[in-house]
Design a protein around this ligand. Sequence first.
Ligand SMILES: C=C1C[C@]23C[C@@]1(O)CC[C@H]2[C@@]12CCC[C@@](C)(C(=O)O1)[C@H]2[C@@H]3C(=O)O
Ligand SMILES: O=C(O)CCC(=O)C(=O)O
Ligand SMILES: [Fe+2]
Length: 355
Amino acid sequence: MSSTLSDVFRSHPIHIPLSNLPDFKALPDSYTWTPKDDLLFSASASDETLPLIDLSDPHATTLVGHACNTWGAFQITNHGVPSRLLDDIEFLTGSLFRLPVQRKLKAARSENGVSGYGVARIASFFNKKMWSEGFTVIGSPLQDFRKLWPSHHLKYCEIIEEYGEHMQKLAAKLMWLALGSLGVEEKDIKWAGPNSDFQGTQAATQLNHYPICPEPDRAMGLAAHTDSTLMTILYQNNTAGLQVFRDDVGWVTVPPVPGSLVVNVGDLLHILTNGIFPSVLHRARVNHVRSRFSMAYLWGPPSDLMISPLPKLVDPLQSPLYPSLTWKQYLATKATHFNQSLSIIKNYLSSDQIS
Ligand SMILES: C=C1C[C@]23C[C@@]1(O)CC[C@H]2[C@@]12CCC[C@@](C)(C(=O)O1)[C@H]2[C@@H]3C(=O)O
Ligand SMILES: O=C(O)CCC(=O)C(=O)O
Ligand SMILES: [Fe+2]
């Protein structure tokens, strides 16, 4: 499972110096963002609210479908992930980022690697630094965790494994709710497997830390991006910071609701639905009172599987909006073209042209 996604970045190395976040009273220029650094930096904010859906609601399919259509994101309760496990993953994340920086650097992500400690990959697309640090897990975290916690790593590996299992099941359930709302049936997605449980899908778990910031209004935790996934399921601690963007509304803060999870439609689900579900543009802001943690489960298809718009969702008189491509190909496109990737692949005539 680990090798294939990691392969993608071997040919897309990034060099982003890892620096300990500065402990200044004022923000250094290298961390000060203006609209010149990100066009939407100061776009208007709105007090609209993202849908909060109770998954045990008999109308869950319709509610999820509507949220995917209009926002490309929603929050969920009654999702079945034990609250004890959410506490455990939050505890793990806090323990990891509270380690001394020299220890964290022992598990630093290599330039052409994907797992380990470092700044977000998207940092290479911006001139300014982001006020955050991250840790990416793909496959087994054993080697990295042994370097971080020489005597407690097994306990932490178990938490990651259990978290991944629960998230994979939840992702499959959400996928059927979302696609079910469009009339897509199990027979329409053969790669979901004989039990339609999406076994064989791949995922990355991304742990994020946004330390207390002296001048949050001029800083950026994680810059605006869409996820290159089918879906992302995110757990945030009790500190707000996540914002989602809608052209007609502006930036909307997603408040932490205890025990709830945030779900984002990613670029691949946008492609699979032939553009019906938007993949949500989102970012993380920081604050000067509390540090913030988030734990994202970035879920995608088997990395070599061809993904294309579902025939059922393509108007018979029109061509599909997107060509077929694999997750690996899409990640490679994203590594070069970042937020332009969807419009770039739209203009390819066939997947032959995507290397
Ligand atoms: C599967 C993946 C999605 C991701 C790139 C990655 O290979 C592993 C890290 C993921 C992440 C997490 C933080 C935000 C993001 C944009 C980034 O820089 O690294 C996503 C990537 C993505 O969705 O494109
Ligand atoms: O910290 C957050 O709320 C957002 C994290 C995120 O977007 C990601 O990890 O892809
Ligand atoms: Fe994201």
